[in-house]
Design a protein around this ligand. Structure first.
Ligand code: HEC
Ligand code: HEC
Length: 270
């Protein structure tokens, strides 16, 4: 082989390696789309309400287009945390789905005219690549959150390992501070910190740590090589040791933890 050709090949290999580092794995991008797809794919924020959102549901507007709003942070829909409270829709989960990749693709993309329960996202703002990424997420990354979050809403894990993960492997402290209070997701009067989210919505915490926070620089713990158990360990550390955390499990929930939409403390699941 000529040395020129060799140089070209080395260049191609190097750029592919760089691409691999820069690109988010499909199933992890799917997890971000599940959270809030329009922040990830740049589509306009949807208006009105998703056609499958039930009239008796309490939410309105773009949030009714988020996968998580109908199927939950625990992926169990009405069989899980969204079985009551302000997010109740009565819609089932995506955990344990028996649909094939092709059936999942069609269900997400097509309108109900052509596919039973068709979500019509092909006409609402998702490209085929987005939908394929969501299918990968559904088939690869959906977990049984009961393995990591116990009946008292406490994370099941090792808090010393979680402390280490927070301060070393995950480098969470670089943005959130060693005690998780450097970024306040709430208001000065009513702060919401890492510890608060871990205790007041452990399922949301687990999802956001595993996949990252859409539209921010917060990286995915899984993309960095972390395990699901490692994320739960961080959750336990945050519940037990960080300000806003509630050791020993959840006492009250807070609705609308995400910035700008803070509800009241209550006993119903946010
Ligand atoms: C407005 C509510 C709503 C939204 C938003 C929504 N879904 Fe659904 N989804 C439904 C309904 C209704 C069904 C039918 C089954 C049921 O009622 O449980 C369903 C069923 C499913 C199923 C089949 C589960 C099974 O039974 O095996 C999957 C998978 C699914 N949705 C994925 C998604 C994904 C991915 C998104 C986001 C891109 C999404 N859904 C957004 C309402 C919604
Ligand atoms: C590069 C900076 C960065 C790193 C590293 C980082 N985060 Fe974040 N994180 C953010 C930003 C920015 C937000 C969004 C703040 C907002 O919405 O106001 C956020 C949001 C969060 C939220 C709140 C999500 C919600 O419910 O709205 C939690 C919980 C969280 N981070 C935990 C972690 C944990 C645990 C780690 C380590 C595994 C971590 N973060 C690493 C920057 C970071």
């Amino acid at each position: 082989m000529s040395s020129r050709r060799k140089t070209q090949l080395t260049f191609v290999a190097a750029s592919m390696a760089l691409l691999a580092i820069g690109a988010v794995a499909a199933e992890l991008r799917g997890g971000l789309l599940y959270d809030k797809w329009w922040v990830i794919n740049g589509s306009p924020e949807p208006t009105g309400e998703h056609p499958l959102y039930p009239p008796e549901g309490q939410k309105t507007g773009s949030t009714t287009f988020r996968c998580k709003e109908c199927h939950g942070w625990d992926y169990k829909g009405a069989d899980g945390a969204y079985g009551s409270g302000s997010h109740f829709t009565g819609i089932g989960g995506v955990f344990g789905t028996t649909l094939s990749a092709g059936e999942l693709f069609d269900l997400i993309k097509n309108s109900p005219d052509t596919t039973a329960n068709g979500h019509d996202f092909g006409n609402i703002g998702l490209s085929d690549v987005d939908i394929l990424d969501l299918v990968d997420f559904l088939l690869i990354e959906i977990i049984d959150t009961d393995l990591h979050i116990g009946p008292n809403y406490n994370f099941i894990g090792d808090e010393a390992q979680g402390d280490w993960n927070f301060n070393h492997q995950g480098m969470c402290w670089t943005c959130h501070g060693a005690d998780g209070t450097a970024i306040n997701f709430g208001t000065p009067e009513d702060p919401v910190w890492v510890g608060t989210v871990a205790s007041h919505n452990p399922w949301e915490f687990l999802h956001k740590v595993r996949f990252g926070q859409p539209g921010t620089g917060m990286p995915s713990w899984i993309a960095g090589g972390g395990s699901d158990q490692g994320a739960a360990d961080i959750g336990l550390h945050a519940q037990n040791n960080l300000p806003g955390g509630v050791p020993g499990g959840l006492l009250v929930f807070k609705d609308g933890l995400e910035g700008g939409d803070l509800g009241a403390w209550s006993t119903s699941v946010p």
